[in-house]
Design a protein around this ligand. Structure first.
Ligand SMILES: [Zn+2]
Length: 174
């Protein structure tokens, strides 16, 4: 069996909403998130590859850059979401149906990685690692038992695609 890993770095801000989260995490703050995607496969193609690095890197980096790089990542219930968009409608915000922790981001990225490799037979996602600092590192190895529905993340992507966050918010809250 082979494992291949691609690494990409994004810069994004977030804050946690839960009152029991550490106070400093409830302030908006930024991280240089280092994201590593590890794929695995046991069959090599005619080129001697599990999958071509370039193909994965392009899909992976472009998704990360267009959705999470230089954005503010918030819980969808965070009052800052509407507040910021009401004065800055084009502000890049990515909102999750749960807390924007490294764990939830890793799960989101794990799910996204599975979509990227859908048409790559014999390849599976081994893990997604998200490091928010040099010493704070989370690995997602599969579907987590979570307190919220990840399917609702779909609405986030629609909002980003349309670029009209306010309209999306109003329609999803209606
Ligand atoms: Zn943080």
């Amino acid at each position: 069996m082979y494992r291949i890993t691609v690494k990409h770095t994004i810069e994004a801000a977030h804050r946690l909403l839960h009152p029991n989260s550490p106070a400093k995490c409830r302030n908006i703050h930024g991280h240089r998130w280092v994201v590593e995607l590890t794929l695995a496969g046991s069959v090599l193609d005619e080129r001697g590859m599990v999958v071509e690095f370039g193909q994965i890197k392009q899909a992976w980096k472009s998704w990360l850059d267009s959705h999470l790089d230089h954005v503010l990542i918030l819980h969808e219930k965070d009052p800052l979401l509407k507040a910021i968009l009401s004065v800055e409608p084009n502000h890049r915000i990515y909102y999750l149906a749960g807390e924007p922790t490294a764990e939830n981001l890793a799960q989101l990225l794990y799910n996204q990685a599975q979509k990227i490799i859908e048409d790559m037979p014999g390849v599976w996602v081994e893990k997604v690692q998200v490091a928010e600092t040099e010493s704070n590192i989370v690995e997602c190895l599969g579907k987590a038992v979570v307190a919220f529905d990840y399917n609702s993340l779909a609405s986030t992507e629609i909002a980003l695609a349309s670029g009209n966050f306010i309209e999306q918010l109003q329609s999803t809250r209606a």
